[in-house]
Design a protein around this ligand. Structure first.
Ligand code: PGA
Length: 261
């Protein structure tokens, strides 16, 4: 895993946007995996600006979101479909038919999981997957104990996740207890992963995912087995990393060989 230490949230978002913009320019029909939550909001704002100010073209881009709450309709302000429309899709020239979010309203949830997994395969897999991380080290809604080869499945949220996400709802009772989520296996099949981590509260999770043992107790640690993951960690989230000096040294010196890469 390549670890980049960013100064702060804005710097993390700038660096993430540079990677995604470059990837879209190189492959206009790219399949992007997208995440919701506070962490990627800065990235999406920059993608919107890149479209509106520099003409970044999303007309052939295909997207798959990581997850969706069970039983929140797409027009519910806390649904992940709503979030994506509001933060990104409504402001760029993407074809909504090419944007995929699991259907949390599906009558048969296991059929919906199988359908979503099949759609990922039919699209040829994800080229670049954007990820945040939970305080418990989860990626998407892969809570501690989720099989590291899991496909798209139904997840029961942990009390910690419900508490974290209750900030978006009137009270914690309103937070759905279940979600459809891409599995750790679905995520690690992506050709590249981009893990974004910001803030002091994420420092233990960043440490566990990046430097801890690979374990289903911290599903983000599965990215250590992935051959092309970049983690962009802001200084607050990087505070507990053991090898932070090495990551910084590497970052400063990488340019010396950049032309030969
Ligand atoms: P956050 O959520 O970006 O809102 O912190 C991340 C996550 O729980 O995966």
């Amino acid at each position: 895993m390549q670890v980049i230490i960013a100064a702060d949230y804005e710097d993390m978002s700038d660096r993430a946007a540079a990677i995604v913009i470059e990837a879209v320019r190189r492959k206009p029909d790219i399949v992007l995996g997208l995440a919701t939550g506070s962490t990627p909001e800065g990235l999406y704002a920059r993608l919107v600006a890149a479209h509106q100010e520099d003409g970044l073209d999303f007309s052939r881009v295909v997207t798959f979101n990581l997850d969706e709450y069970v039983d929140l309709p797409p027009d519910h302000p806390q649904s992940y479909r709503y979030f994506m429309n509001e933060k990104l899709f409504d402001h760029v020239n993407i074809d909504k038919a090419n944007t995929h979010v699991p259907n949390g309203m599906a009558e048969c949830l296991s059929d919906e999981c199988a359908r979503y997994e099949q759609m990922l395969l039919d699209a040829g897999g994800i080229d670049l997957q954007v990820l945040g991380i939970g305080r418990d080290g989860h990626i998407a809604f892969n809570e501690p104990g989720t099989a590291l080869h899991s496909p798209t499945h139904i997840a029961a949220l942990t009390p910690e996740t419900i508490e974290d996400n209750s900030r978006f709802f009137d009270n914690s009772e309103d937070v759905p207890r279940f979600a459809i989520t891409m599995g750790v296996g679905s995520i690690t099949h992506a050709r590249r992963c981009l893990l974004l981590t910001s803030g002091e509260s994420k420092a233990p999770a960043a440490r566990a995912a990046i430097e801890g043992p690979v374990t289903s107790m911290v599903t983000g640690s599965a990215l250590q087995m992935h051959s092309s993951t970049v983690a962009i960690v802001d200084a607050a989230a990087a505070a507990k990393l053991d090898r932070i000096d090495y990551y910084r040294w590497q970052q400063e010196n990488w340019d010396r060989i950049a032309e030969r890469l």
